[in-house]
Ligand binder design. Structure first.
Ligand SMILES: NC(=O)C1=CN([C@@H]2O[C@H](COP(=O)(O)OP(=O)(O)OC[C@H]3O[C@@H](n4cnc5c(N)ncnc54)[C@H](OP(=O)(O)O)[C@@H]3O)[C@@H](O)[C@H]2O)C=CC1
Ligand SMILES: CC(C)(CO)C(=O)C(=O)O
Length: 314
């Protein structure tokens, strides 16, 4: 019977987020992960090892894919968890497979869905406000879940696909909800990343540093500029004012993530390109277009770009 068939999911760019998701979804779906050989080797040998709030243990049965020629023929859902710096490249690599199929993005930053929409009709935008990290080959840790995963239709008429994907994720035990203004939700999630990711990456500190008395004003500046730019772009953020969001940031999100390091921290430490140009750099660029001053975001983006280019600083 069709309804009893396990859905087939291919996760594109599986690292901290993607391997954690693969490990969790394996109980309810046939899961493949397009990942680097270092992870694939360990996963083929003994499965994905998971620690943390999504469970502890080893999950076997996840297929590893080294390129589009190794992908399974009938994929129901693609979920992109590559960094935003790799969205275009991974869409190109899997272009023939994703065409006409529902593709979801759980990436941070602004602009990924627009790229994906050039490759397929149904794009599902998503946010995940949970901390993931890679502890070693095929070994991930999940900490600090601050809000449910949220998914919504970005483009195309994929209402049935969205509901089905939400059902699958829910049945795997991941808190998830539908969101009918996913643009607003993506910008809302970006506020957290704009506020904490670059500061923690530059200062090599966990998220609690954002609430330090000497840092708070900088964080507030980043957020106020982002609200001004979002307003000029016609984006309705989930909070009415920058101060409303700053209250939520300092009373809920910073405490929830106080002891963990954001993804950009690991990017800088490991010499990878960061997502700064999908976050603070993006705000600075839009600010310029609208004639809005964004000195905090311009400054932070410049510092992160400098650190990316100068290994001795990181
Ligand atoms: N970590 C977190 O706590 C959270 C992260 N996010 C967001 O989720 C996204 C993913 O983050 P995260 O999981 O931390 O990042 P990772 O860097 O851990 O994972 C992405 C993985 O994709 C791999 N990759 C890139 N291109 C390909 C390809 N063509 N084929 C196979 N593998 C590929 C990367 O390899 P390589 O590095 O060698 O290029 C890397 O291993 C980002 O947008 C991030 O901002 C969202 C919420 C929380
Ligand atoms: C929510 C948070 C801060 C979790 O680590 C994140 O999105 C990231 O690390 O990029």
């Amino acid at each position: 019977m069709e309804s009893l068939k396990r859905p087939v999911i291919l996760i594109l760019g599986a690292g901290a987020v993607g391997l954690s998701l693969a490990g969790k979804l394996e109980s309810v779906a046939t899961v493949y992960a397009a990942c680097r050989p270092v992870h694939a080797g360990a996963i083929r040998e003994r499965g994905v090892v998971m620690d943390g709030v999504w469970g502890n243990g080893t999950v076997e049965g996840i297929g590893c894919v080294a390129g589009s020629e190794e992908a399974p023929p009938a994929v129901d859902f693609f979920i992109i968890t590559a960094k935003g710096t790799d969205t275009r490249a991974i869409c190109e690599e899997y272009a023939a497979l994703i065409r006409g199929r529902p593709v979801a993005s759980l990436q941070n930053g602004i602009g990924n869905e627009e790229v994906i929409a050039r490759y397929t009709g149904t794009v599902i935008g998503g946010t995940v406000t949970t901390n993931f990290s890679v502890l070693g080959p095929g070994h991930v840790r999940v900490l600090s879940e601050s809000a449910p995963m949220r998914l919504g239709i970005w483009s195309g008429g994929g209402g049935d696909a969205l509901n089905r994907l939400i059902g699958i994720i829910q049945s795997a035990g991941i808190p998830v909800e539908a969101n009918n203004d996913i643009r607003s939700e993506k910008w809302g999630k970006a506020l957290l990343n704009i506020a904490v990711n670059p500061i923690c990456a530059l200062l090599r500190s966990p998220v609690r540093v954002a609430a330090d008395a000497g840092i708070r004003e900088t964080v507030a500046g980043l957020i106020r500029e982002t609200f001004a730019v979002a307003g000029a772009e016609g984006i309705r953020l989930p909070w009415a004012t920058a101060d409303d969001y700053l209250d939520y940031l300092f009373s809920v999100q910073v405490p929830d993530f106080a002891e963990v390091y954001p993804s950009m921290y690991y990017d800088l430490r490991q010499g990878r390109r960061t997502e700064i140009d999908l976050l603070n750099g993006y705000i600075a660029c839009l600010g310029e277009r609208h004639g809005i001053e964004t000195p905090h975001n311009r400054c932070i983006a410049g510092l992160v770009r400098y650190a990316e280019a100068h290994p001795e600083t990181r």
